[in-house]
Design a protein around this ligand. Structure first.
Ligand SMILES: [Zn+2]
Length: 455
């Protein structure tokens, strides 16, 4: 086990009716800025409970914090906080509202241009106090000190953090789950599951307890996912779902182990580029990342396959591959698509764009071994993304696809990737099942011809 320090000062108020405890958690004379998102709190009863609990305190509301909270929106709130002399912020919402609120409390007294906190990775040691009422389990932001903010002007999505950004308290009432739409529930499951994977799927570090806790969270998420999707008012499932999301990213399972986080770094770029939901970007990235970094991750992948998916037969390599396949099956069972090309027709530019962006930022090596270089990032993003299944004729596709791929194979590495893809049995299964929409097949044939002619 690696050395570590662990301190998490956030007080958790968990369970039915806990919103009422806000009254004793926020100073009586506080001037409160209440932040929220699209207004769902006004239809699910949370708003009324919060207002009742705050009693006679002066409250100023700031709604409209969007998913992937934007710098542009948040700076308006910073202005209000300065002019109104706010001294406590209460975030009522999901991860986006809470992340946005962390930016507010860090930015309000920041001497320079607040975007520098993100651009220059300035850690926040002291910030205005804030608490949260969680309405959407997913990100774990309610019990950690990190946040991710988007700036539309520059199409950037960057993270920030520091010990000053732990919430003073977070209210977790699982009854809010019953009013969450299915898409958001699925996003929550996938985001939390990936948070665990980022801290688990590296290499064995002799941290047996952390491994078991991480596995317990994943097993719980697998168990609760179909139940909350079928019936979000199932309180037992909802409470386990909520607590799993929090535990997945409150710092506990990352202690004493190496962590990866490359999936999130790459996923953030896909959100910034295509506005794909955060959780869905993770589902696109991590299966490919595990294939590309297979040799470095296979021991943990095999352990994961054994303990989570009961894969007992086979070599380490076979178990590890089964671990990836089972996870993708799990994602598909939730209705989650795992290829970038299933979200956008404009997928071809992503690999090169993200490679350049990481190179510009000087992100030379991501992942637990710091060996995911910008060119490896490109490999991960492009891996399998444009493997065209047939549907028209095998002959045509076989003729055109190699030309298309070879056109892009400007280096030996890309040529290698091409052969790797076509030598992989997964490709053939995929082709046989013909999972792609017809339009994409046409698109790829068309692109192949155009690319070939334009050489
Ligand atoms: Zn996440």
């Amino acid at each position: 086990m690696l050395n570590f320090e662990f301190q998490n000062p956030t007080k958790i108020l968990f369970g039915k009716g806990q919103i009422a405890t806000l009254n004793k958690e926020i100073p009586q004379d506080a001037k409160v800025l209440m932040t929220y998102g699209g207004g769902s709190i006004k239809t699910n009863g949370v708003y009324e409970q919060v207002i009742a609990a705050l009693g006679s305190r002066t409250i100023i509301e700031f709604g409209g914090i969007e998913p992937n909270p934007s710098y542009e929106t948040l700076m308006k709130a910073v202005e209000i906080m300065r002019t109104e002399s706010i001294d406590f912020v209460l975030a009522v919402g999901g991860g986006s509202v809470i992340d946005g609120t962390k930016f507010l409390v860090a930015a309000v007294d920041y001497a320079g241009e607040p975007w520098d906190i993100l651009r220059k990775s300035v850690r926040t040691f002291k910030a205005m106090p804030f608490g949260t009422v969680l309405t959407l389990p997913a990100t774990g932001s309610e019990m950690n000190s990190g946040a991710v903010i988007t700036r539309h002007e520059t199409q950037e999505k960057l993270s920030m953090g520091g010990p000053g950004l732990f919430p003073k308290f977070s209210v977790l009432d699982p009854e809010v789950v019953k009013s969450i739409p299915k898409r958001q529930l699925v996003n929550g499951v996938v985001d939390a599951y990936t948070h665990v994977l980022e801290q688990y799927m590296t290499y064995p570090a002799g941290a047996w307890l952390q491994d078991r806790i991480a596995e317990g969270i994943m097993q719980t998420l697998i168990e609760v996912a179909p139940r909350i999707i079928a019936d979000p008012s199932d309180y037992t499932a909802a409470s386990n779902f909520m607590w799993s999301c929090t535990m997945a990213l409150n710092g506990l399972i990352q202690k004493g182990v190496p962590t990866d986080w490359a999936t999130h770094m790459i996923g953030h770029e896909l959100t910034a580029l295509y506005n794909i939901d955060h959780a869905m970007t993770l589902a696109i990235v991590f299966p490919q990342l595990y294939k590309v970094k297979f040799e470095h991750k296979k021991e943990k992948l095999a352990q994961y396959a054994e303990r989570i998916w009961n894969v007992s037969a086979g070599t380490i390599d076979e178990k590890a591959q089964a671990g990836i396949d089972k996870t993708v099956e799990f994602l598909h069972s939730l209705g989650v698509k795992t290829r970038l090309s299933e979200y956008t027709d404009d997928f071809a530019k992503a690999g090169g764009f993200i490679e350049n962006r990481f190179a510009e930022r000087g992100w030379k090596g991501l992942g637990e071994r710091r060996d995911i270089t910008p060119s490896v990032v490109r490999e991960i993003v492009e891996f399998y993304q444009c493997i065209v299944p047939m549907g028209l004729s095998w002959f045509k596709t076989f003729l055109l696809l190699p030309i298309y791929r070879l056109y892009e194979a400007k280096t030996w590495f890309r040529l290698k990737l091409f052969f790797h893809v076509f030598a992989n049995p997964n490709t053939w299964n995929f082709l046989k099942n013909n999972q792609f929409p017809k339009s994409l097949i046409y698109y790829c044939h068309f692109s192949a011809v155009i690319l070939y002619l334009s050489r």
